[in-house]
Structures are given as C-alpha cells and as structure tokens.
Design a protein around this ligand. Sequence first.
Ligand code: GDP
Length: 451
Amino acid sequence: MEDTIAAISTALGVGAISIIRVSGKDAIKIVNKIFKGKDLEKVPSHTIHYGHIINNEEIVDEVLISVMLSPKTFTTEDTVEINCHGGIATTNKVLELLLVNGCRLAEAGEFTKRAFLNGRIDLTQAEGVMNLIEAKTESSRALALNQVDGKVSKLVKDLRQEILEVLANIEVNIDYPEYEDIEVFTNEMLFPMLTKIKKAILKILNESENGKILQDGIKTCIIGKPNVGKSSLLNSLLNEEKAIVTDIEGTTRDIVEGKISLDGVTLNIIDTAGIRETNDVVESIGVEKSRKMMDEADLVLFVLNNNDEINSEEKKILDSLKNKTHIVIINKKDLESKINLNDLDGHDYIFISAFKNEGIDDLKDKIKELFNLEQILTNDMTYLTSARSISLLKQSLESLNDIESGLKQEYPIDILEIDLKNIWNKLGEIIGETYEEELIDQLFSQFCLGK
Ligand code: GDP
C-alpha cells in the first residue's frame, strides 16, 4: 500500500459537484503540486480550503479541498478530497493531473479495502459499506447501516469470545493435567457450553433469513397452467405500485418481471414465460419446469382457475408444494366455482379476481403474515446478510455437530479441540480476522470505483 491512489468518488455525469478522492502517504504533497491557494502541507487536519486546480500556470477549475491527516480518515491514511465542478470534462482533467503527478488510479473498492487492511473496519463492516451504497429500500438501508456500525461484527466477536473461553479451559487441562487445583475439564462440562454456542449460531442463521429478505426481497414465482390469470395477477399486483415497476435483469439468472414493495420489503416477481412458451398444449402446466422455478423461489403463488376443475398436473404441483412457502390463488372468483376445496386440504388458499382487482389486498396481507414482515421490520435488524458469511456460519455449525457426536463417542478432548479451533477460525473469516488474499481481492472488486 505504498502507492497513493486517486479516483472519482461521485457518479460520472453532469452534476453540480464532483468529488475526487486521494489517499496515501503522498496525497497532500501531490495535490499541493496542482493546487493554487494555501500550502496544503501546512494546514491543520480536517480543514477545507478554497483555491484553484492548475495545470502549470493554467487554471483548470475552482475547487474546495478537504485535507484529512492520518490516522483519523476512512482509509487511516492521509486523505484529500477535491470538490470540483461536476461534469465529465472537468472531473477527468483533475483526475488526469493527479495521475500525471504521481497518483495511481484506484481499483474498485480500494479505499474500503485499505480501510480494512489498515484495521479501521472489519470485513462485515466493509460488506456493509457496499450494501449501503446499493440499498434501494428503507429496510435494506437500515440493515446495512447496522453492519457498518459494527453491530453485526459484535455478534460474531461475542461468539468467538465464548469459544475462546472453552478453548482456554481445554488448554489448561491439556497443558497442566497434573495440577490438582485445576478442575478437570470433562466432556460433560463441555457439552452445555457447546449447546449454548450452537444455539447462538442457529439463532443468527435463522435471523439471517430475515436479513436476506430485507436486503434482497422475496423471490416470488407465479405458476399455473395457461389462462388461469397469471399475467392478470401480475398486472394487478404491479398496477397499484406503478412507481416502482421496473423491468430489470435480476442479479440471478432469472428475469425479474416486476417488483412491488410490501411495507418496504421488495417482492421480486419472476417471469413464468419459459413455461408458457414451451408448452403449446393449453391444459399443460409444465410440471418439471414449474418445479425448478419453485425450488429457486422463496414464495410460490400457485394460480388456479375457479371456473375449472383441478387437473392431475395441478394436483401433482399441489403435492410438491407441501414443503414450500406458498399460497394457492383461486382466480376468477367472479365465475362459477368448479374447484373441489377438499383438494386444497393443508394449503393456504385465497379467492381473488385479478380481472376485477378483488382480493389483491388480502393476498398482500397473507404474504406479510407468511413472512412475518411486521415483526422482521421492528426487530433490531442485526443480521448477517452476505452469502459468504452465512456459508461460513453453516460450516461452523457442521463442525459443532461433529464435536457433539465426538463427545458422545467419548473422543479425547484434544481431538475435539481441533474442531473447535476450526470454528473459531471460520468465525474469524467472517469478520476478516483471518483471510485469503484472493478472496479479499474478489470481494472488493465488486465495489464501485472511488469507494
Ligand atoms: P395466464 O395465461 O395465466 O397469464 O392468464 P391471463 O392473465 O393471460 O388471463 C387469461 C384470461 O383470463 C384472459 O382473457 C383474462 O382476461 C381472463 N381473466 C383473468 N383474470 C380473470 C378474472 O378474475 N375473472 C375472469 N372472469 N377472467 C379473468
């Protein structure tokens, strides 16, 4: 991290002001070379200065410059922020002058990476920074801020502390078995301690599901045979929320057809075009394809036609929905009912008319109820959200289960200690206490430039 880095931190485009950020040991010296105003090497830390950016004698722009000295900066390095006039030409010119005078163009996320490597923030906080930038709803913003504030890190650190205490107990016994005044640490004593840790991990994992919902939304698919009213349902759902209707490519390989917001939680509704396209037979539902979509969704809306009997394919789908969060929607309630409700035993169902826009609010309420949205939104929102952390936590849980079964089989305690250390390391990886270079590079490369 010898280099002094520079990047444009604001979005590129026409705007009133652009900010160019410079960080590193020569930050102030380099900016000083292209600045006409006060001598920046002599000003106190955390002060702002008016002046001009110059290219030799030519004035490039009128600017305000913030000077922040190490260590109380985002990266902990000397940092200068140049507030210049917005617009691509001016901003690029200032950046170019910085590069000519000794800065290197920062990589994506490099400022945050430096903040991490210099120990100012840990990895969950860094991920929080990224989430905060990307947050589009009030709930995902609040969630990300808790990450940045370190609330999530504390959760993991507390857990590690508990493991450390168990490890210390084991070590003492291994190192000084002959000391009479040391209580012999037995498997029986280890058991309740492990149970406590396991409970804590399970709690975090369960709550992470909530975090995922708040951050990514609820992946919802609408399935049903042709003509039952899937598109009409989608339209009714979207019509009321026109403002946020967007056709965007999902981050997954699915195409998200629409987004609606339920009290600040996003419902990402997935297209079922694939099923429609490949099945010419009007009565066919494409059971296999539906199944695949169902597997990937958090919520399945299975639409039936009130005016039709439930056919064998629909029965198959109903069967496979038993272990899936789902709502059976009986559409066309304005028409005569031919549905045998006995077929829907054990399923949550609701009558609607997509056509007449009836029952849509009930449907929304049902979804809120199913996902406990009201409760999630009033919780403290301290959840782990990244797939990386959740996977590490799951691995820790597996190791913990191994230890438990080892204890039951009366394995010697020092063998179990290895597993326990492994968990401690895994939890360390979550906050970045132990990390691999490659992983860190990959993680920060997902950031935007200038952050
Ligand atoms: P999809 O193939 O499942 O997407 O079905 P569509 O949404 O295209 O609807 C098929 C037909 O059913 C269209 O002619 C709709 O106008 C009609 N339809 C949809 N919802 C209702 C409803 O609630 N009542 C009635 N009577 N017709 C409906």
